[in-house]
Design a protein around this ligand. Structure first.
Ligand code: SAH
Length: 221
């Protein structure tokens, strides 16, 4: 049998186990999210030397001092956004492109902003190689959002911010939802921001650990 196919089968099994043991067991239920987590080949998004650990219950380094988030956190944040199939989503912090790939399986279109050009380029190549085309990766300071296509029904920030970035709240649509880790540069609280007309509600949902959001409304380098 073709060695490549055999390897893909092993990874598929590992993904199913990941969804069962790390994600469903912690309470994530949305079938669209569970499907996306079963489909997206996480091993494609980690450095070669970490291939064996791609489906572990942990974040992993991806170079440039950055990380690919823990699978459970990716699924939890995605579920919180309650994305509908016609929604456009804004992600801040493309990193490896893994979270963006998961979002692309659920949303109509994903705009993802990354401030490190090499990471942005590599992520774009990975998504294209997987045949994903409903995305645009933008190099820039995502702490200011991406006004070009605002407002967005869903915004996900995958880096830890000192405060809720004000321009991101402005770019949230009526009825839109944003998840953003807010806290120190070492530990944050995951905050859900819901906008209804001009009323903005925030809720703290639990602690998490992300690399720092840098830039104008993030941490100063
Ligand atoms: N979502 C990623 C993980 C993100 S790690 C994944 O699935 O792999 C956080 C990323 O945010 C890093 O790549 C970092 O470079 C990026 N980042 C930090 N501050 C940023 C900013 N102001 N604008 C855009 N990207 C930023």
């Amino acid at each position: 049998m073709d060695l490549y196919k055999e390897q893909e089968d092993v990874f598929k099994e590992k993904r199913e186990e990941m969804v069962r043991r790390q994600i469903k067991s912690r309470g994530v239920k949305d079938p669209m999210v569970l499907d996306a987590m079963k489909i997206v080949p996480r091993h494609f998004f980690v450095p070669d030397q970490l291939l064996e650990r791609a489906y572990d219950d942990t974040p992993l380094p991806i170079g440039e001092g950055q990380t690919i988030s823990q699978p459970y956190i990716v699924s939890w944040m995605t579920e919180l956004l309650k994305i509908k199939k016609d929604d456009a989503v804004l992600e801040i912090g493309t990193g490896s492109g893994y979270q963006a790939a998961v979002l692309c399986h659920i949303a109509k279109f994903v705009y993802s902003v990354e401030c490190i050009p090499t990471l942005a380029a590599e992520a774009g190549e990975r998504l294209a190689a997987l045949g994903i085309s409903n995305f645009q990766i933008v190099v820039g300071d995502g702490s200011k959002g991406y006004p070009e296509h605002a407002p967005y029904k869903a915004i996900i920030v995958t880096a830890g911010s000192p405060d809720i970035p004000p321009l991101l709240v402005q770019q949230l649509a009526d009825g839109g939802r944003m998840v953003v880790p807010v806290g120190t540069s070492h530990i944050q609280e995951l905050v859900l921001v819901e906008r209804k007309k001009n009323e903005v509600r925030t809720r703290e949902l639990g602690s998490c650990v992300f690399v720092p959001l840098v830039g104008e409304y993030g941490w100063k380098p």
